[in-house]
Ligand binder design. Structure first.
Ligand SMILES: Cc1cc2nc3c(=O)[nH]c(=O)nc-3n(C[C@H](O)[C@H](O)[C@H](O)COP(=O)(O)O)c2cc1C
Length: 187
């Protein structure tokens, strides 16, 4: 079964991180499908799922949050990793608002925030004004060694599971054992 790597990206840098993760998984011999969240109709049929989102105004992009909400039940039944792409330059790696709820909802193995990229010329006018006011610097701050190292932890986790069957057994539980549901939604 393939690993699904899916992402929400407005200006392509998060897509690049997702591609980096996918490349590391492939190099380790894994079968990988990589798609934007909007194009995934059903994550069933994947051994594991990696979900990433760019961070805007302190939060994940809506399509990525919605993806987790809509597929909570399916996601709970397989190992899930989350990543965020946000801070620029020397900004601190602050986790986005709401990430703990998402982590708990799908019982994610891990969440990691990576440095992102911003090219002012590619931004919309409103975004340009905001980033100018915040004096946010232009540039590509993605740390490929950090991204690769994280993807390798996914490989190690899956290989250990494959050997023991532990995660599959842990997750084949009744719906009552799923992570907490979102407001007004049943998993
Ligand atoms: C208008 C605007 C708001 C942003 N807000 C945040 C933020 O609140 N926190 C953060 O860490 N990064 C923020 N960023 C930086 C982006 O998350 C970063 O550039 C990211 O890599 C963009 O991903 P994308 O190219 O996939 O859209 C912001 C960028 C812009 C243009």
């Amino acid at each position: 079964m393939a690993i699904l790597v899916t992402y929400a990206s407005r200006h392509e840098s998060t897509r690049g991180i997702a591609e980096g993760v996918a490349e590391t998984l492939r190099r380790a011999g894994k079968e990988v499908r990589i798609l934007p969240v909007e194009e995934v109709t059903d994550p069933t049929g994947h051994e594991a799922v990696v979900i990433g989102s760019a961070v805007y105004y302190g939060r994940w992009m809506k399509p990525a949050t919605r993806f987790v909400q809509d597929h909570q039940s399916t996601l709970c039944q397989r190992p899930v990793w989350l990543f965020s792409s946000g801070p620029i330059d020397t900004q601190p790696k602050t986790d986005p608002t709401g990430i703990d709820e998402l982590r708990q909802a799908v019982r994610a193995v891990d969440h990691r925030t990576f440095y992102g990229a911003m090219h002012r010329a590619a931004l919309k006018l409103g975004e340009r004004l905001v980033t100018k006011a915040l004096k946010a610097p232009d540039g590509d701050y993605r740390d490929w060694a950090d991204i690769n190292a994280w993807a390798e932890t996914i490989v190690r986790h899956l290989d250990a599971d494959g050997a023991s069957g532990a995660d599959r057994a842990d997750r084949s539980q009744s719906p009552a054992d799923l992570g907490p549901s979102f407001d007004g939604r049943k998993p």
